[in-house]
Design a protein around this ligand. Structure first.
Ligand SMILES: NC(=O)C1=CN([C@@H]2O[C@H](COP(=O)(O)OP(=O)(O)OC[C@H]3O[C@@H](n4cnc5c(N)ncnc54)[C@H](OP(=O)(O)O)[C@@H]3O)[C@@H](O)[C@H]2O)C=CC1
Ligand SMILES: Nc1nc(O)c(N)c(N[C@@H]2O[C@H](COP(=O)(O)O)[C@@H](O)[C@H]2O)n1
Length: 251
């Protein structure tokens, strides 16, 4: 099974098998890469390249299939990600890029981050940033908007965080149908902890990289009881294991 065979078996794709096909509803994929000892990053959030070449290409195909891709602000601050599809083979017309979504309560997004720089150079979409309602009239909001960033102030949840249910509802109102949640650790924690009542997760796709990572690495945690997932499909890509899971109760 290659990268595309795997994705075709775990995602509902359209007739030419290039995009997710969910006309009425909304599809959420949660995905990340981890080491064999369960880390998604190094100590203090230092970025690690965990995925091998083939599983990284699989991740970029997955990006090209979703309407939006979401990360927490700490991932922007530590990795300065591009969230694009640059590892895919060049093709005429390129690939549809997912809209980058950042959860950033206090608008800490650097004005010169790659997401903004790429968009202003015409090689990416301007990110959509969710922040607290308290910054509705803040100068920082206007500065980001002047650069082209779309800022959406929202009521925070009882945990002081941006509610994933609000994010999904906003994306639906914007006419988007699919979201790929890429992390980091806190975002994975809150999505997986609140999965049953606040966020419907349709598929979890994990790359288990063939490496062990040193030191006190970054991992996610959940504040719920142990949940056993249903294994949907598993394969190997290069030296990595790539597995797709369903949450219990999803039909
Ligand atoms: N291996 C992998 O696949 C991936 C690894 N990573 C790694 O993860 C690390 C970053 O993880 P981490 O430090 O946990 O940070 P995150 O990227 O998960 O960002 C967390 C921050 O997002 C903001 N936030 C707002 N709303 C929410 C919400 N509902 N749930 C969670 N967070 C919310 C909060 O900051 P505020 O209060 O300021 O809004 C919070 O502290 C990086 O080192 C990166 O390399 C990241 C992605 C994938
Ligand atoms: N699939 C995957 N494998 C890894 O080894 C990773 N470190 C990550 N990290 C995620 O990808 C982002 C970087 O994206 P760009 O390469 O800049 O497009 C990083 O911020 C994490 O979200 N993912």
């Amino acid at each position: 099974m290659d990268e595309l065979d795997f994705l075709r078996s775990v995602l509902p794709l359209d007739h030419d098998q290039s995009r997710l096909s969910v006309k009425e509803g909304f599809w959420t994929t949660v995905t990340f890469a981890q080491s064999l000892n369960g880390c998604i990053a190094g100590p203090n959030g230092t970025q690690l390249i965990l995925s091998g070449k083939q599983s990284m290409i699989m991740t970029h195909w997955m990006r090209s299939m979703h309407d939006a891709i979401l990360v927490g602000i700490n991932t922007v601050l530590s990795d300065d990600p591009q969230l694009n599809t640059r590892h895919l083979p060049p093709r005429e017309g390129g690939y549809q890029l997912p809209l980058p979504i950042v959860l950033d309560t206090h608008l800490r997004m650097p004005l010169d981050c790659k997401l903004i720089r790429n968009a202003s150079s015409g090689i990416g979409k301007y990110p959509l940033v969710f922040c607290t309602q308290a910054l509705q009239d803040d100068i920082r909001k206007r500065t980001l908007q002047d650069l082209g960033v779309k800022v959406i102030p929202v009521e925070l949840g009882s945990d002081g965080r941006i509610p994933m249910s609000t994010v999904v509802e906003t994306l639906r109102q914007l006419g988007l149908h699919s979201l790929m949640v890429e992390g980091g650790a806190s975002v994975l924690s809150s999505c997986l902890s609140s999965a049953r009542d606040k966020l419907r997760i349709d598929r979890i796709i994990v790359t288990i990289a063939n490496c062990v990572t040193p030191g006190n690495g970054t991992h996610y945690d959940i504040s719920a009881q142990m949940t056993r997932l249903s294994l949907h499909t598993v394969t190997t890509l290069g030296g990595d294991i790539v597995a797709a899971y369903d949450l219990p109760g999803n039909s």
